[in-house]
Design a protein around this ligand. Structure first.
Ligand SMILES: *Cc1c(COP(=O)(O)O)cnc(C)c1O
Length: 388
């Protein structure tokens, strides 16, 4: 079966009520038919749900869909994207271990690397992702994990997945781990290139409507088993309600991504022609420095467009205030178009130099392009450019 078909047809076993759409299993624990079954399930001789911190029919259905889309052996669902990313470090690394990560990563992941993981003796070296020599130089004898995001937020820089998959073959003890949130499994499948783990914030395109938080990690079964131990005993499990919401959303992920991408490309092309715009970044614009790589590893360019408005910081703020339909918020991956000013919000804690390294200028604006009619999106942006 095609993976999109699987994302639509995969469903928890039908209950005695013969429902068509999946019910919501709001239950913390599950009943055993008899004492012997309880013993057998606890002894792992028989499969079955025990307690929703471990598993639940709604979360299992959600995980099965993501495994089918990513081509993964196994997976686990988490209460948020950050719970998933943190678990992929905490469950697999120990004191003295070292991580090599691309520099352009999600803000909270940066906080983990620089503030929390060092408390437990885990250190990180950042590399400039587009320079192969940098990866090589950063590897130490105690490096246990390589972590990256592609495309990055908000600079939309790419990392060559095929190159990194081959690079890793020289280091069998290193776990290759990617946050695939911006691309979604519909646009990009890192496991094809030999990645061991793929994590996601399901809060973004998977829910796609800005309602609930969620996270997921999929990959090699032996690694997921270790994550399972971690999640069972620390408890960052996805709530059944959130799994039920997001699993239903996955039925339309492909459809929605096609529209996010075609709308975003149109917005990027329009901005590129605009006299008030200094620079536009979008992976599927031929002017993107990694356009060829984008076309090789992504099915389309994604839903995020970043541009630099002429006039810097103050002009960027005036532009946001002049938008009429598009809302200012820091989320992304919503059916509704969103505008964000990274240097005064999501990346305000960084120094000017750190921001420039991530491709963030004072006038940078990130647009998470939604599913509205593209003319309405473009009209709002151009009227705000004209009146700011
Ligand atoms: C949003 C996001 C996260 C964190 O996800 P939450 O669900 O908000 O915890 C991690 N990585 C990337 C790339 C994100 O965009």
């Amino acid at each position: 079966m095609n993976e999109q078909t699987k994302a639509i047809r995969e469903q928890a076993d039908r209950s005695p009520y013969r429902e068509h759409a999946v019910p919501l299993y709001l239950t913390s624990s599950f009943v055993f038919d008899n004492a012997e079954q309880g013993r057998a399930i606890f002894a792992e001789e028989e499969e079955g749900n025990v307690y929703s911190r471990y598993s639940n029919p709604n979360t299992t259905e959600f995980i099965n869909k993501i495994c089918a889309m990513e081509g993964a052996e196994a997976g686990l669902a988490f209460s948020s994207g950050m719970a998933a990313v943190f678990a992929s470090f905490a469950a697999l690394l120990q004191s003295g271990d070292h991580i090599v990560s691309c520099r352009a990563i999600f803000g909270s992941t940066h906080q983990l690397f620089t503030k929390l993981l060092p408390r437990w003796g885990i250190t990180t070296t950042y590399v400039d992702a587009s320079k192969p020599d940098d990866w090589e130089k950063a590897i130490q004898p105690n490096t246990r994990m390589i972590f990256l995001e592609t495309p990055s937020n908000p600079g939309l820089e790419l990392v060559d997945l095929e190159w990194l998959g081959k690079f890793k073959e020289k280091y069998p003890n290193i776990i290759l781990n990617v946050d695939n949130c911006f691309a979604t499994p519909y646009l990009q499948k890192p496991i094809r290139y030999g990645f061991d783990l793929v994590s996601h914030s399901a809060t973004k395109y998977m829910d796609g409507q800005g309602r609930v938080l969620g996270g997921v990690v999929v990959g090699k079964k032996e690694l997921i088993d270790e994550l399972m131990f971690f999640i069972r005993h620390t408890g960052p499990s996805m709530a059944p309600f959130n799994a039920w919401v997001i699993s239903k959303s996955l039925e339309t992920l492909g459809l929605r991504m096609d529209r996010h991408c075609s709308n975003a490309l149109h917005v990027a092309q329009t901005l590129e022609q605009h006299a008030q715009v200094q620079e536009v970044r979008y992976p599927f614009l031929p002017s993107h420095p990694q356009y060829e790589l984008a076309k090789k590893q992504m099915k389309a360019g994604g839903g995020i467009v970043t541009f630099v408005i002429k006039g810097g910081f103050e002009r960027a703020k005036r532009f946001l205030d002049a938008l009429k339909m598009i809302r200012i918020t820091s989320n992304l991956g919503d059916s509704r178009t969103i505008a964000t000013h990274p240097s005064s919000t999501t990346h305000s804690k960084l120094t000017d130099d750190e921001r420039l390294q991530l491709g963030i200028q004072p006038g940078s604006i990130r647009i998470s392009v939604g599913l509205e009619d593209v003319e309405d999106i473009v009209n709002d942006i151009t009227q705000a450019l004209a009146s700011s």
